[in-house]
Design a protein around this ligand. Structure first.
Ligand code: HEM
Length: 209
């Protein structure tokens, strides 16, 4: 019989792998769509949009971890935060790659011109740069090298990423005047970020008194 601690560790590793495999299902679905040509009349657009939607969904799921941990008093939710953050980054890479490859054929001059012509892409790019910084510094060695305080400060950039993501989405839909999903995601992110403001304000007031 394995020691209790080791069994616990194995269960955690197993749970993380289940999460990662389930989270890769949308990616597998998109790959299958490319393979069997079932993505509709404009596959490039369909790929860019679906991967953008999944980036936003994973951002929301990552930001859900703190409210879940606080409201259930179950610290083990934190085990999934890093994997979810990296999955958000993964979908953002797929999204940016689909745009650069299928829409722009990797013509960097044209991409630069497109960014100037359609500023919503510049906003998405800013979110992507921040997301890259967070992904690159998400490993234990980076936390150690930076120190916990500076690492926490850097990772607050996730709130900026949420705002940039909504602005990117809003601006992109503005030409079509189709905002229903934008308001839905803005509402979800507003509740998730609002929860943090209330929680951390309460906590600092409690520390002062
Ligand atoms: C944090 C990073 C990002 C997030 C969360 C994000 C999210 C999204 C979302 C939700 C959409 C709309 C999908 C729909 O209409 O259903 C979208 C569209 C789009 N995104 Fe992003 N995006 C990000 C970064 C980027 C980057 C880095 C690029 C390009 C370099 C980019 C290029 C585009 C383009 C071109 C579209 C419009 C596609 C079309 O008109 O059909 N995005 N993105």
């Amino acid at each position: 019989m394995l020691p209790l601690r080791l069994r616990h560790r194995l269960r955690q590793t197993w749970a993380k792998w289940v999460l990662v495999l389930l989270s890769l299902l949308p990616f597998a679905y998109l790959c299958a769509g490319v393979f069997w040509d079932t993505l509709g009349p404009n596959p490039a657009e369909s790929l860019i949009r679906s991967s953008g939607d999944w980036t936003l969904r994973f951002l929301c799921i990552t930001l859900l971890i703190t409210p879940l941990r606080v409201s259930t008093q179950w610290p083990e939710w934190l085990l999934f935060r890093r994997s979810l953050g990296l999955l958000t980054f993964f979908y953002a890479c797929v999204h940016a790659l689909c745009y650069s490859l299928f829409d722009m054929s990797l013509a960097w001059d044209d991409i630069a011109k497109d960014i100037v012509k359609r500023p919503f892409i510049a906003v998405g790019l800013a979110g992507f740069v921040l997301l890259t910084l967070l992904a690159a510094s998400s490993f234990n060695a980076a936390v150690k090298a930076m120190g916990a305080k500076r690492w926490r400060q850097l990772h607050r950039a996730v709130y900026g990423i949420a705002l940039l993501a909504i602005l990117h989405f809003f601006w992109m839909r503005a030409t079509k005047r189709n905002f229903d999903e934008v308001w839905l995601y803005a509402g979800i992110l507003g509740v998730l970020l609002g929860f943090r403001v209330v929680h951390f304000t309460k906590r600092s007031l409690w520390k002062v008194s």
